[in-house]
Design a binder for this molecule. Structure first.
Ligand code: ATP
Ligand code: MG
Length: 155
């Protein structure tokens, strides 16, 4: 069924703010709703994992942002942080099951290394994709979901 991606992201942001006061969050959603065919609980799980990663795998004070944007034929959720980034050799592997960049440190934080593998599976089940761009101080995970009836000019 259709659900509003903007509402979903706003709710995820509220939950993040309630739990992660050491990581200031900026939300950019544009003016109106973005209704898509999706399972909102599964996509919420994806957004929650990306937001949690942006806080758990970065130092306190790291800024986090989440944006909803429209591109031709698709809607994107972009979760960014100003943390140390993910080294080039690890960027493809972070989507592998149980892969964590720094196993000693990640173990303290209780992660299993499944979050991104599950997120990628859920997004692919929607016909979408997850892309990672990272440099020191700027990491962005982009979730792209097909939006057949949505056009940027409609907003
Ligand atoms: P889980 O999500 O299963 O609780 P996890 O967060 O360790 O555990 P993933 O979400 O799959 O697992 O992330 C895999 C690894 O990618 C993390 O352990 C971390 O090393 C790295 N990582 C993910 N997001 C970021 C980020 N925003 N900044 C730096 N490293 C990251
Ligand atoms: Mg995770």
């Amino acid at each position: 069924e259709d659900a509003d991606l903007v509402e979903l992201v706003s709710q995820a942001a509220d939950a993040f703010r309630a739990g992660r006061p050491g990581h200031p969050l900026t939300v950019l959603t544009g003016p109106g709703p973005v209704r898509l065919p999706m399972d909102p609980l599964r996509i919420r799980q994806v957004v929650d994992n990306l937001l949690t990663n942006a806080a758990v795998h970065t130092p306190a004070g790291t800024k986090v942002s989440v944006e909803v944007a429209l591109v031709p034929g698709a809607a994107e959720v972009r979760v960014a942080d100003t943390g140390p980034g993910i080294p080039p050799d690890d960027r493809a592997r972070v989507f592998d099951r149980f892969y964590r960049v720094d196993k000693a440190r990640s173990r303290d934080r209780g992660g299993s290394g499944l979050g991104l593998a599950v997120a990628q599976s859920l997004v692919r089940a929607h016909g979408g994709s997850v892309e990672l761009n990272s440099a020191p101080g700027a990491t962005v995970f982009t979730v792209r979901l097909p939006a057949p009836g949505v056009h940027p000019a409609d907003r």
